[in-house]
Ligand binder design. Structure first.
Ligand code: SF4
Length: 196
């Protein structure tokens, strides 16, 4: 049996709360598009258009080719995703993701690591760093991609596959504030009642 094909979004969500991608695979729901999601999509599209007119100065890079909305896939990793932008220089590929956020979180870092691993497989280039472009502050934050981070992404993929295939509910996030506006709240009775 082929391993479950996962997405970079699964990696990001797993770091945010391991139950979210688990629920998505084991109990698919009709997921209404919220106004917040629509706003995020519009902002994303507008950032891409602006980015095309911008120089690479924000990233501290003098020369490079920018590719937008690049589809990446690795059969070896059983992983796929679509990155907002990749900068290609003669020596490296540099993934860039736009975020409507004031700062980057751990989940963003591992999302970028997963993109970096995919870019290496798909484009056959070295990836040692990536950027998050914070659109509200118009600021690019560099994220070094380390061997330990790659190892952690592999562990996440294995853990998520195992929990879905064995229908084993993962641990909840320890950050309970994240549960407040979570679309899967109603399935997490143990969290809401404070059960261990
Ligand atoms: S309600 Fe909390 S524990 Fe449950 S899926 Fe959402 S974030 Fe995770």
């Amino acid at each position: 049996m082929n391993p479950l094909d996962l997405t970079v979004t699964d990696v990001r969500q797993h770091v945010y709360c391991p139950r979210i991608p688990y629920y998505r695979y084991t109990m698919p729901l009709e997921r209404p598009t919220t106004a917040k999601m629509d706003l995020g999509k519009e902002e994303h599209e507008s950032t891409s258009a602006k980015e095309a007119r911008r120089t690479l100065k924000a990233y501290g890079i003098k020369e490079g080719e920018r590719r937008f909305g690049v589809n990446l896939h690795s059969a070896h990793l059983g992983l796929r995703g679509k990155i907002d932008m990749i900068i290609l220089t003669p020596g490296e590929a540099i993934p860039v993701e736009y975020k409507m956020a004031a700062a980057i979180g751990l989940h963003h870092k591992y999302q970028l690591t997963a993109y970096a691993m995919l870019a290496e497989h798909t484009l056959k280039r070295t990836v040692t760093r990536a950027f998050v472009y914070l659109t509200p502050a118009k600021r690019a934050v560099e994220v070094p991609i380390t061997a330990a981070m790659r190892g952690h992404v592999r562990s996440i993929l294995a853990e998520l596959r195992s929990s879905v295939e064995n229908e084993r509910l993962p641990r909840p996030t320890p950050h309970r504030k994240r549960c407040t506006d979570c679309e899967y709240r109603r399935f997490c009775g143990d969290v809401l009642t404070g059960a261990p």
